[in-house]
Design a protein around this ligand. Structure first.
Ligand code: ADP
Ligand code: 5GP
Length: 227
């Protein structure tokens, strides 16, 4: 697999390309990734949500280009042949993939604030593919507080017929078994508590030495931090 598109050169408001954060959020369907991602987008306007391609049909409240790029299977397969995806996988009988151009698009955003990172809402297979090519990625697995509650949430979303809910629920345990691929585990019991914990992960990741080393070096060289 080709490496991810290379980092954009340093620009105003960005310490360096090294501080660009790549965050994978993963969970069994219904555990709350989408809900948490929407909250992250509000709190961290400098993070961009990666809009995946999928062959799944849109739900009633979903908008093409905002929630997903909805495409048919033939189009998706053409994109695979063209090596357009950083990762892709079959999940619950549909194809999902993250396009390289999505990352290029996000990295080019300068207004209203420069983009300093991306959030990928992808399954464990995609997480494994990205981790294999990008060691610097931060991965978080969201756990539901119980399997009963997971089923309640899947049904409560009321966006899929019962057979789809059951299909998603049946594979949930197999997905949770892959928790070992992830750096962090966040339990989404109480939404605001889980959101606070997830936000703390992002804040802490931003303060990692490898992302801030250039600041210390500049301070030593020039006596002042770069603006
Ligand atoms: P996913 O993206 O992981 O499939 P969603 O974000 O769509 O999951 O959440 C599934 C359902 O559970 C939605 O109806 C959402 O409003 C609800 N939900 C999410 N987090 C919580 C929570 N902490 N407590 C109760 N309901 C929640
Ligand atoms: P949903 O149909 O509920 O939106 O998503 C179903 C599953 O597909 C979720 O686990 C979600 O994280 C995953 N998914 C969404 N986009 C992608 C993607 O681009 N790549 C991969 N590998 N999985 C994705």
């Amino acid at each position: 697999m080709e490496p991810l598109p290379s980092s954009a050169p340093s620009s105003r408001g960005r310490m360096s390309a090294d501080d660009f954060l790549l965050i994978i959020l993963c969970s069994p369907s219904g555990a709350g990734k989408t809900t948490l991602t929407r909250l992250l987008e509000e709190k961290f306007p400098d993070l961009q949500f990666s809009v995946s391609h999928t062959t799944r049909s849109p739900r009633a409240n979903e908008v093409d280009g905002r929630d997903y790029h909805f495409v048919d299977r033939a189009r998706f397969e053409t994109l695979v042949e063209e090596d357009a995806f950083v990762e892709w996988a079959e999940v619950h009988g549909n194809l999902y993939g993250t396009s390289r151009s999505e990352i290029v698009r996000a990295k080019a955003i300068e207004a209203p604030v420069p983009c300093r990172g991306m959030i990928f809402d992808i399954d464990y297979q995609g997480a494994r593919q990205i981790r294999a090519t990008v060691p610097d990625v931060t991965s978080v697995f969201i756990l539901p507080p119980s399997m009963d509650e997971l089923l309640r949430r899947l049904r409560g979303r009321a966006s899929e017929p019962e057979e789809v809910v059951q299909r998603r629920f049946r594979v949930a345990e197999g997905e949770i078994e892959h928790y070992g691929l992830f750096d962090y585990l966040v339990v989404n019991d109480d939404l605001s508590r889980a959101f606070e914990e997830l936000s703390s992960v992002i804040v802490a990741e931003r303060a990692r030495r490898r992302r801030r080393a250039k600041l210390a070096e500049a301070l030593l060289r020039k006596g002042v931090l770069p603006r």
